[in-house]
Design a protein around this ligand. Structure first.
Ligand code: SF4
Ligand code: SF4
Length: 104
């Protein structure tokens, strides 16, 4: 991890960021989720055609709040695997933060 605060509590850091949730509609894709896991995500938040979370532009529809200030995932406990895998300080994180003008 490199940017200020990146050594701290990951969940607190992500709650003040959200950049990876608003980077590309191609990011919150489903992969190895079971049907049971997907059934816990509200249908209005799923883009069945593309097999991913529904997005508005680059931003996942499950994301609430303002990127870089305070955000929350509306389906945090049931979020896709790819979302669980993106960790503060990894390559995808830094790319997303840079796109949003956040320190990397
Ligand atoms: S871009 Fe990094 S710091 Fe921001 S929410 Fe995603 S994993 Fe967390
Ligand atoms: S499902 Fe949640 S964690 Fe995943 S991209 Fe959407 S808002 Fe972010």
């Amino acid at each position: 991890m490199s940017f200020p605060g990146a050594e701290g509590d990951a969940s607190a850091l992500c709650q003040a960021c959200g950049a990876c949730c608003a980077y590309s509609p191609d990011w919150p894709r489903f992969s190895l989720e079971t049907d049971e896991a997907l059934s816990r995500i509200p249908a209005r938040l799923i883009d069945e055609t593309h097999g991913r979370m529904a997005c508005e532009g680059d931003r996942c529809l499950a994301l609430a709040g303002k990127v870089g200030e305070h955000v929350a995932c509306g389906i945090y406990a049931d979020r896709p695997i790819v979302c669980r895998d993106c960790l503060p300080g990894d390559a995808e994180c830094l790319m997303a933060r840079d796109r949003h003008g956040l320190p990397t």
